[in-house]
Design a protein around this ligand. Structure first.
Ligand code: NAD
Length: 559
């Protein structure tokens, strides 16, 4: 434990070991102008903050005024991160009450811009940097972090930051942002979260030439040298925090799949780009199937794109089909067709295919483009994870609709400018019959007096609840089945009124309730399968709720 007891658990006054400026400068404990008269007297704070005692509602009002005065999104990001570094309770309170407005700032899409500028807008260190240069010291470095009870680590090597490619150590914005979403979405305690950047160097020459760049100015390590550093990193953090969940984030495809395969049975870990994306997409599909009253096993599914997201989604669909109808792995995979930049992924391309594409290679003649595949396969579901804007053309969507009454269209590429089609196009080209969700949000559409509300397939619906569930019951591993129950739970939370307007996901402002239900479902599974490291609490839901951080000031008592 640190000596800074955090103001996180609900209940009685918190004993604090710090006083005076040490207290004001600790973002986990700081209340700024919110310290009470009594706290100012007993904790050596008199004169260190302005005389007026301000309650958290008024502090929030001031933050909002300043937030709205910022000139652009990068300024808004920097402003919020400065608050994050100054007063975490207030930061999370503001985020939680302005979720729709602020999550696009602290995470996608603005975090991408922030990462590209990270070394220039840098103000203060947050989290840890494990540089390949320090590999011999990783074990002792882990001891430098003051908190013994870390529950979630999000780690990136900066090699594939969103759609922006290799941003090296600038990628640190991603673990920081993702962990903020964990706290906001599922109430993980801020002090128990740890963002980490694994600095392997960068192949981004512009960064290496940038005099302000803060990372290693060397080409990226590859092969055994890369693997040695990752291994040392995993050993160091696992030895220091054996129960911590490690989430791999934004690793390039060549590493992402291998790392997941190598470590998922050794330590508690998962990859959100692969598994979280799979679960949130499956949830949207299950909601769509509630409308069409069909089963997953009946679907023919085409993916434009065959990268990390496609593989994660395809694997989750397969797990769903197998669980739903007892299909074999092979039979389930045969209902999925993937296309990469070379066309349909087929068996006769096997020798030149990356490992992660192979399981979905179809025994088919080569088909050069999406339209040809639509005519050959007659899909019921079309998923876009290609980053190719406009590739669900009018011809493609109309062809799909000619074979299928309610085509399920998920153009998931981010940001909005990369979406394979817009919501309006999907509804227009199918006379309002499309069941639609996208990676980036689209506004509702009115057609012939009917309101149609596009869903946003946002990973934030899934990973916070899964993470909270896994660490709450101290699960020994993260399984695919956990993502499957998370998807089913999420789909079950979409109300009939939402389905009536084609909306396939619940309102994101309900995220805390959604996360509670997902965490409970994940824990139930872990208990049922003997993976939990604690005894099952009598009231599991109450147990999860009691663990959740609520961003409000608790009274402090001096120790
Ligand atoms: P990736 O780089 O791993 O994969 C991209 C794939 O697209 C590759 O297989 C590539 O061969 C293929 N591709 C490129 N050009 C193509 C073309 N012209 N025709 C067909 N295929 C083509 O990236 P990823 O992580 O799989 O992400 C892909 C997209 O999905 C991104 O835009 C990302 O923002 C989005 N995404 C959305 C969500 C979500 O909505 N929840 C989650 C994850 C990823």
């Amino acid at each position: 434990m640190t000596d800074s007891t955090s103001p996180l658990a609900a209940g009685a006054p918190l004993p604090v070991y710090k006083r005076g400026l040490d207290l004001v400068r600790d973002p986990l404990l700081n209340k700024g102008t919110g310290f009470t008269v009594n706290e100012r007297a007993t904790l050596g704070l008199r004169g260190l903050v302005p005389p007026q005692v301000v309650d958290i509602e008024d502090q929030e009002r001031r933050i909002l005024q300043n937030f709205q005065r910022q000139h652009d999104d990068l300024d808004r990001y920097t402003y919020l991160e400065t608050l994050h570094d100054r007063n975490e309770t207030l930061y999370y309170r503001v985020l939680l009450s302005h979720l729709n407005e602020m999550t696009p700032i602290i995470y996608t899409p603005v975090v991408g811009l922030a990462c590209s500028q990270f070394s220039h807008i840098y103000q203060r260190s947050r989290g840890m940097y494990f540089s390949a240069d320090d590999v011999a010291h990783f074990a002792e470095m882990a001891q430098n972090w003051p908190e013994d009870e870390v529950e979630i680590i999000v780690v990136s090597d900066g090699s594939r930051i969103l759609g922006l490619g290799d941003l090296g150590a600038n990628g640190m914005g991603i673990p920081i942002g993702k962990l903020s979403l964990y706290v906001v979405g599922a109430g993980l305690e801020p002090r128990r979260t740890l963002p980490i950047l694994l600095d392997m160097g960068t192949n981004n020459q512009a960064l290496r030439d940038d005099p302000l760049y803060l990372g290693r100015r060397l080409p990226r390590l590859t092969g055994p040298a890369y693997e040695t550093v990752v291994e040392a990193f995993i050993r160091a953090v696992h030895a220091r925090w054996p129960h911590a969940l490690i989430q791999f984030e934004d690793f390039s495809n060549d590493q992402a799949f291998q790392l997941l395969e190598r470590y998922r049975r050794q330590v508690l870990c998962f990859n959100d780009d692969i598994q979280g994306t799979g679960a949130v997409t499956l949830a949207g599909i299950l909601s769509a199937l509630r409308i069409t009253k069909q089963t997953l096993s009946e679907q023919r599914i085409v993916f434009l794109g065959a990268g990390a997201a496609a593989r994660g989604i395809a694997d989750t669909f397969v797990a769903g089909m197998m669980a739903e109808s007892g299909m074999t792995l092979d039979a389930a995979r045969r209902q999925i067709w993937t296309l990469d930049s070379q066309g349909l992924v087929t068996l006769d391309r096997l020798d030149s295919l990356s490992e992660h594409k192979r399981p979905f290679a179809q025994d088919s003649a080569p088909l050069p483009d999406l339209l040809a595949v639509i005519h050959a396969v007659r899909p019921t579901i079309l998923i876009g994870v290609s980053g190719q804007a406009g590739s669900f053309s009018e011809a493609v969507v109309r062809a799909m609709h000619s074979y299928c009454e309610r085509p399920i269209l998920f153009p998931l590429s981010n940001p909005t400018s990369k979406a394979e089609c817009t919501a309006e196009q999907a509804y227009e080209w199918t006379n309002g019959a499309a069941l639609f969700a996208s990676g980036s949000p689209f506004p509702p559409v009115t057609r012939g007096g009917h309101l149609l509300v596009p869903g946003q397939c946002n990973n934030m619906y899934i990973f916070p609840g899964v993470g909270q569930g896994v660490v709450s019951c101290q699960a020994s591993k993260v399984t695919d089945a956990m993502f499957y129950v998370a998807a089913r739970t999420l789909a079950g939370l979409v109300g009939e009124d939402s389905l009536a307007v084609g909306r396939l996901y619940p309102d994101l402002t309900l995220i805390r309730e959604i996360s509670v239900q997902i965490a409970v479902a994940v824990c139930e599974l872990a208990f049922a399968e003997g993976l939990a490291g604690i005894e099952r609490p009598a009231d599991l839901e109450a147990f999860i709720r009691a663990r959740m951080f609520i961003p409000e000031y608790l009274p402090y008592v001096a120790v």
